[in-house]
Design a protein around this ligand. Sequence first.
Ligand code: MG
Ligand code: MG
Length: 272
Amino acid sequence: MKNLLLKSLEEIELIRESSQIVSKTLGMLANEIKPGVTTLKLDSLAESFIRDHDAEPGFLGLYGFPNTLCVSPNSQVVHGLPNKKPLKNGDIISIDCGVLKNEFYGDHAYTFTVGDVSDEIEELLYVTKASLYIGIREFKLNNRVGDVGYAIQNYCESYGYGVVRELVGHGIGRSMHEGPEMPNYGKRGRGKKFRDGMVVAIEPMINLGTHRVNHHKDGWTITTKDNLPSAHYEHNIALIDGKPELLSTFNYIYDSLGIKNKEEEEFKNYKI
Ligand code: MG
Ligand code: MG
């Protein structure tokens, strides 16, 4: 992983452009995710959509990954491979997508419900997404990497959930994965100090049960050790004028699903 690279405002705008194409892709997919659809179909729709926006799928070929989307249903945590198995009522599915445009990457993820899910799973999703914003609030001038991780861990563990240790968020820019690593666990006041111009992907991966995971023989798929469900949400955020600025948005998803949601408004500080 490359060392921390601070970005100019011009570079941040290019990351925002790539990130917004991911946001729109997830918004398009929100209309397609229903019982009966296969993840290979979603993958093909996403690839066409990204190319229609004069961009490249950011994951395809990265470290040898064979697809556009990482699709991780139910007990899969992240990095699941699209396949021909239809989604069914009651599933949840994390869809993680990357885009490369103008030599800069965007990368974020949302966990969707398929039909009706149990109250227990609804709460896991609610808490995991809330923890993402709790973490983002700590991404501010002179705070440190450990402040973000501590805030996410403390909140999620108060619900008895498992915070995945083996996979972490990251810096993003001309590479998909740059420093610093952004764990979803940690100690206050520890780790690299945040400075204006940093751009990161914060991405809590939170399990209903144990935090422990299994790595599968396909070299990609990661599941929870107890096979209980796992949730994953990710945003891209720049530090501008000391404050976190969201470069990605879930609002295209909410538009598709007919949901009114103002959760992102506090993170739109920077006006161009
Ligand atoms: Mg991602
Ligand atoms: Mg990421």
